[in-house]
Design a protein around this ligand. Structure first.
Ligand code: NAI
Length: 261
């Protein structure tokens, strides 16, 4: 019989770059990776916000952490951020494409075009640019590079008034699959998480009673999720031991996407 092969279940010492890390799931992911001993580069267009997250991580005793202003819509800035991260930490093993925003619009509205453009730029085009900018470093990662894209249950279906977001998130699923088949030969895995309703900045404007009614009607677990509950699944996908998971689309939604009635 073959001996049992224990695999590495730690991201300690790995370098991770996270976009949209000033708030919500990105912030929770930064904290979690830092607490697991990873070298964390937290980035966000919200400079003060991401600096504050760096301070929080330092206050928790984590020293291999940094933060940088990054608007993911800026292609040059994306590349420069990868270069600066590698200059700072000596490697880049893990990329988390998380930055995003939500703006409602109906196809009859003039603003649809503008929201479409911003949504696809920030929540889809930026993802491929960051992965490609990081590629040489992901290829060089000794235990295999890892990419996690944060899509949404809006990548699996559609809520009315959400067209550009829905299109971008469906695109993230396609991009994940495309990257998984293109980069697999380089030992890089690319997987995607589809969060359901999560308590973050994006959903903070929804009144609590509406959240409760929605969750009880739609989510088998009958509640919104916590950003930490998503961050922990993101971490799992980035473990060296997650080496045979590639191109997976994983709902983290309390069962919302499989509930029929
Ligand atoms: P959040 O609002 O708490 O965090 C999003 C972060 O992205 C913010 O810090 C914001 O400044 C940053 N950001 C926005 N535009 C940016 C840009 N151009 N460049 C860099 N950073 C930018 O929201 P949340 O929920 O944590 O969002 C994270 C991801 O999760 C997003 O991609 C969102 O679409 C996705 N998501 C959220 C769900 C929810 O219920 N909260 C459900 C499904 C998906």
């Amino acid at each position: 019989m073959d001996p049992y092969r224990p695999l590495n279940r730690s991201v300690s010492g790995k370098t991770v770059l996270i976009t949209g890390a000033a708030s919500g799931m990105g912030r929770a992911t930064a904290h979690l990776f830092a607490s697991e001993g990873a070298k964390v580069m937290a980035t966000d267009v919200n400079v003060e916000g991401v600096r504050a997250v760096e301070e929080e991580m330092r206050a928790s005793g984590h020293t291999t952490v940094g933060s940088m202003a990054l608007d993911v819509a800026d292609a040059d800035d994306l590349k420069a951020t990868v270069d600066k991260t590698v200059a700072r930490f000596g490697a880049l093993d893990i990329v988390i494409n998380n930055a995003g925003f939500a703006r409602s619009t109906h196809p009859s509205e003039a603003k649809y075009d503008e929201i479409w453009e911003d949504s696809l730029n920030i929540m889809l085009t930026a993802h491929q640019r960051l992965i490609r900018a990081a590629l040489p470093h992901l290829m060089a990662s000794p235990e295999g590079g890892r990419v996690v894209n944060i899509a949404s249950t809006e990548g699996l279906g559609a809520t009315p008034g959400n067209g550009p977001y829905v299109a971008a998130k469906h695109g993230v699923i396609g991009l994940t699959r495309a990257m998984a088949v293109d980069l697999g030969r380089d030992g890089i895995t690319c997987n995607c998480i589809c969060p359901g309703p999560i308590l973050t900045g994006i959903t903070s404007g929804i009144p609590d009673e509406h959240k409760e009614i929605y969750a009880k009607r739609r989510v088998p677990l009958r509640r919104y999720g916590l950003p930490e509950e998503v961050a922990n699944i993101t971490l799992s996908l980035c473990l060296p031991a997650a080496s045979y998971l590639n191109g997976a689309i994983i709902p983290v939604d309390g069962g919302m996407s499989i509930k029929n009635a």
